[in-house]
Ligand binder design. Structure first.
Ligand code: PAN
Ligand code: ZN
Length: 187
């Protein structure tokens, strides 16, 4: 049995901090290649390198059946018409699914079946839980005006594979069109 410290962790839903857990930070320059409007990206990148998101990662154990979770905080903002987003990834162990629990703010998740490219845009909001099936690339976008916070729970052995997305990006993008959210195919 794990010790009490590992059996209980406490997250702050506003700051996405977990005491004792390491936090990964991603800044604008880390997202080079993710946004469709390259000129808008370069303009913003020349002006600065703000924090776009951070994730506190809680890893109590690493056995076959164990679970990990991350608490994410994604800032509001846009590059061109596209909302601030996470890099997005597949799990290295492709079969690994994940639950995302919305905590604060307004966002969406872009889910893309690796084999077929079938894509879905699913709201990520307080009291909403998004199921990310296995073999599905996933990316989170903040579509609101305040920080978006959420928890993702995944198998300890899931692993993160950023390679395919870094190479080909997602098939679709999510943007604001005439004041509305739209998912469109990348040209
Ligand atoms: C999440 C993500 C988190 C950051 O914990 O890792 O939202 O997104 P990127 O990892 O794509 O930068 C998760 O899905 N874990 O599996
Ligand atoms: Zn994941």
């Amino acid at each position: 049995m794990l010790n009490t410290e590992k059996l209980l962790s406490k997250f702050n839903p506003l700051t996405a901090e977990v005491s004792g857990a390491p936090t990964v930070k991603r800044h604008l320059h880390d997202l080079r290649g993710c946004f469709a409007d390259a000129a808008a990206f370069e303009k913003a990148a020349a002006a600065g390198n703000p924090l776009l998101y951070q994730v506190a990662v809680v890893e109590p154990a690493n056995g076959d059946g164990d679970l990990h979770y991350g608490v994410g905080r994604l800032m509001p903002g846009k590059i061109g018409d596209e909302y601030f987003m996470t890099k997005g990834h597949l799990h290295s162990w492709r079969a690994a699914a994940e639950f995302y629990f919305g905590l604060t703010g307004e966002g969406v998740m872009l889910l893309e079946d690796e084999a077929t490219g079938e894509s879905h845009m699913v709201p990520l909001e307080p009291n909403g839980v998004v199921y990310v099936p296995g073999d599905t690339a996933h990316r989170t976008m903040n579509t609101g005006k305040t920080p978006l916070t959420y928890i993702g729970v995944y198998p300890a052995k899931a692993g993160h594979d950023y390679g395919a997305i870094a190479k080909n990006n997602f098939r679709c993008l999510v943007l604001e069109r005439g004041g509305k959210l739209a998912m469109i195919e990348r040209k």
